[in-house]
Design a protein around this ligand. Structure first.
Ligand code: UD1
Ligand code: UDP
Length: 372
């Protein structure tokens, strides 16, 4: 049994880390291919270091680019490696261009694909990730669904039941494995001169929010309204895409927005844990906020993670400032400082173990003959 593990961006490294560690622990032969879709130190190597991951066996060096260009380059670079390594299974995680290209490269070589975080749907085809998710699911032999909702979605799309495994989300493994370490080592609150429970945390990187000047300005107006009411510092570890767009559009930011470059995972856990409120368009942060008991305002019209809304941890506001204010009021005023809690729909921290149990129990090692 040999597993090919594909990563390319920050969230993939974080959510694949528990699988890599579990492979190592069990002595399962594996190799890591990094597309380098993310490559800046603060989006890439910092996570290998903090999560104590081995360096990738292969770096494809594709970098940034238009969608087809990036996806195509990953495909081209990936094929000879897969032909040479002959893995039994290739694992991809999430919905990025790296995921689509990795799954497609493997699928063309008749290598089984395991999709971690299968079955998520925003039903918004303007979102590039939605296409990536759907295509990857339909190329996969192992669909690792987060919960029953995703299982049902996949079954409804005609995917055979025996390919779908409801396991939870490896985001829970990573978070639970690093909570104490981050509490003991991170100095981010002191570094930013902020106090626990006295700031809001923001992230934004969706093309729909940051690539169009009017939309980015609308988002900033939303932050203005929140600040006008709550006078809180708003900490914003800014994604490089967003940073580039602010520069391109010549947008100046107000002082109450405390910008930092993207921070490491250990620091980001502490920022999330001690924020009064999180505002984000990130997928992973919606999950982590829910797991940490911190209310989340999602700066999108839809989400492929409705579970956090169902349990009362998350509200969709798009870029509507009034909706954001109403959500903030509900949580900050109604709870009067009391700790919030809700049912955790994202896994028990042992998801990677389940994934590897499933793969190792059922995959015959037949691929060598198939490829040759
Ligand atoms: C990508 C994924 C998105 C995921 C996000 C995680 C796709 C289609 N998008 O979006 O699903 O949520 O990663 O963060 O796969 N840049 C750097 N350094 C880097 C990486 C990017 O400066 O290390 C800048 C470049 O200007 C680049 C831009 O960010 O053009 C966007 O990067 P890209 O990987 O294309 O998309 P993301 O917005 O990061
Ligand atoms: N994250 C981080 N530092 C930051 C911002 C985010 O370590 O400055 C982590 C966060 O904890 C989560 C992941 O990055 O695990 C989310 O990545 P992102 O929002 O870029 O992608 P998405 O989840 O939307 O695909």
């Amino acid at each position: 049994m040999k597993i090919g593990i594909i990563v390319g961006t920050r969230p993939e490294i974080i959510k694949m880390a528990p699988v890599i560690r579990e492979c190592k622990k069990r002595g399962i032969a594996h190799f890591i291919i990094h597309s380098n879709q993310h490559y800046s130190q603060e989006m890439d190597s910092i996570f290998f270091k903090e999560l104590e991951l081995p360096a990738p066996d292969y770096n494809l060096g594709v970098g940034s680019g238009l969608h087809s260009n990036q996806t195509g380059n990953i495909l081209i670079e990936m094929e000879p490696i897969l032909l040479d390594e002959k893995p039994d299974v290739v694992l991809v995680q999430g919905d990025t261009n790296t995921v689509l290209a990795g799954a497609l490269a493997a699928s063309k070589l008749d290598i089984k694909v395991g999709h971690i975080e299968a079955g998520l749907r925003s039903y918004d085809r303007t979102m590039p990730e939605e296409t990536n998710r759907i295509l990857t699911d339909h190329m996969s032999e192992y669909l690792f669904a987060v919960g029953p909702n995703q299982h049902a979605i996949l079954a409804k799309e005609g995917i055979e039941n025996d390919k779908i495994f409801t396991v939870g989300n490896t985001v829970s493994d990573s978070l639970f494995q690093h909570l104490d370490i981050s509490a003991n080592t991170s100095t981010i609150l002191q570094d930013l001169a902020i106090n626990a429970g006295e700031f809001f945390l923001v992230t934004a990187h969706r093309a729909s929010n940051v690539d169009v000047p009017a939309n980015l300005l609308e988002l900033l107006a939303l932050f203005d309204k929140l600040h006008a009411k709550y006078s809180q510092t708003i900490v914003w570890p800014i994604h490089p895409r967003t940073q580039a767009k602010l520069k391109e559009f010549n947008i100046e930011l107000p002082e109450y927005l405390k910008l930092t470059p993207p921070v490491g995972y250990l620091d980001f856990i502490q920022l999330q844990k001690h924020a009064q409120l999180i505002l984000t368009d990130s997928g992973g942060i919606q999950e982590e906020a829910c797991l940490l008991g911190v209310p989340c305002i999602t700066l999108r019209e839809n989400t492929e993670r409705p579970e956090s809304i169902e349990v009362g941890a998350n509200v969709l506001v798009g870029r509507d400032a009034d909706k954001a204010l109403a959500a903030a009021d509900k949580w900050l005023m109604a709870t009067n400082g009391e700790a919030l809690s809700w049912h955790n729909p994202f896994g028990d921290g042992h998801v990677a173990e389940l994934i590897l149990d499933i793969i190792t129990n059922s995959t015959p090692n037949t691929l060598e003959q198939e490829i040759i």
